[in-house]
Design a protein around this ligand. Structure first.
Ligand SMILES: Nc1ncnc2c1ncn2[C@@H]1O[C@H](COP(=O)(O)OP(=O)(O)OP(=O)(O)O)[C@@H](O)[C@H]1O
Ligand SMILES: [Mg+2]
Length: 320
């Protein structure tokens, strides 16, 4: 066996000892592929239970949860894509929603953003019931999202993509725009300054004039997040933000997600298959399988949960 192979095996065992799904899955398959270095140790967050069956970071316990889903569900014909979904996300929490392919994760985001209206259940955003609201209305109320497949205006510049998001927070007025009144020029400057400020969070201000479609893949994913941030959200939903990123881009993304939460004091709910990222930054995690939550808890609790391991490996934790 080559030296690199020996090293891979050693890494694999180390990750397996830590309970990494990827390592366990690889071991179950007899796969010797190298496993990424473990993430930087996360700062401990004490999670505390709420009376209404949920856990939030201790720092958020006295604030209204930014999101509370009660018995949420949607059927597509005979398929219960999401069923009895209950989740609480604290005001400044970084939360994770994970689960195997087809588990219903993106459907939950589509319910939260009103792409679909639920068949049953309630969604409270910052304590307000969003029943019957439109996508535009919940965006104004503070939900922003990125998509599993990048959706940018690829022929517009980076700055223009961000400016579109800013229309939630900076108002110009129709007549000011048509007649180029002084208010219009003030708004234009506000749009420009704010766009650059947001792009700077991801170190992208110098790319402001580049056409979005010409950006490398990782930068397009980052731009999607900046555009979502521009709408001034209280809750940022990220659907597989690390998909297709290389390990160093993923590590940088983790730092940036933390930075966003710290700087803007918002909550983040992310769907992700990259377990290093999820376990490295999420404070609370919910695991979905066949449309139902099968486990909720801290990363440590989730990593050791036999039902979760079974859902991921398709075999009992013992056998794996
Ligand atoms: N509009 C729709 N009509 C019918 N079925 C749908 C619709 N949207 C989603 N589904 C089904 O709901 C289930 C959950 O899909 P969803 O896209 O939410 O999974 P996911 O957990 O995001 O998976 P992945 O990890 O592959 O992205 C799947 O069986 C999917 O085919
Ligand atoms: Mg999905």
């Amino acid at each position: 066996m080559a030296d690199t192979d020996k090293r891979s095996n050693k890494d694999l065992e180390a990750r397996a000892a830590q309970g990494s799904y990827r390592a366990q899955a690889a071991r179950a398959k007899g796969d010797d592929a190298p496993v990424k270095a473990p993430p930087a140790p996360r700062k401990g967050t004490r999670m505390v239970p709420l009376p209404s069956d949920g856990i939030v970071p201790e720092r958020d316990v006295h604030a209204t949860p930014v999101l509370e889903c009660r018995h949420l569900g949607i059927d597509f014909g005979g398929l219960h894509a999401v069923e009895d979904f209950n989740l609480i996300v604290g005001k400044t929490e970084i939360a994770g929603l994970i689960g195997p392919n087809g588990a219903g994760k993106t459907t939950v985001f589509n319910l939260l953003t009103k792409v679909y209206q639920p068949t049953g259940g309630t969604i409270l955003l910052d304590g307000h019931d969003t029943a019957g609201m439109s996508t535009a209305r919940v965006s104004q109320m503070g939900i922003a999202r990125t998509f599993q497949n990048i959706r940018l205006f690829s022929s517009l510049t980076v700055e223009e993509n961000v400016t579109i998001g800013l229309h939630n927070t900076i108002r110009c007025g129709m007549w000011s725009g048509i007649f180029r009144l002084p208010r219009y020029w003030v708004s234009e400057k506000e749009f420009h300054d704010r766009s650059l400020e947001l792009l700077d969070v991801f170190g992208m201000a110098d790319l402001a004039h580049v056409q979005a479609g010409n950006l490398p893949y990782g930068a397009q994913r980052r731009l999607e997040i900046v555009r979502a941030l521009a709408t001034g959200p209280k809750l940022l939903l990220l659907d597989e933000p690390a998909a297709g990123m290389n390990p160093s881009e993923t590590a940088e993304l983790m730092e940036n997600i933390r930075k966003i939460r710290d700087r803007f004091q918002i909550a983040v709910l992310l769907i992700e298959h990259d377990m290093d990222l999820v376990m490295g930054i999420c404070e609370g995690i919910a695991v979905l399988n066949f449309g139902r939550i099968i486990a909720k808890g801290t990363p440590d609790q989730i990593q050791g949960d036999p039902q979760v391991i079974e859902a991921y490996l398709g075999t009992s934790a013992k056998e794996a």
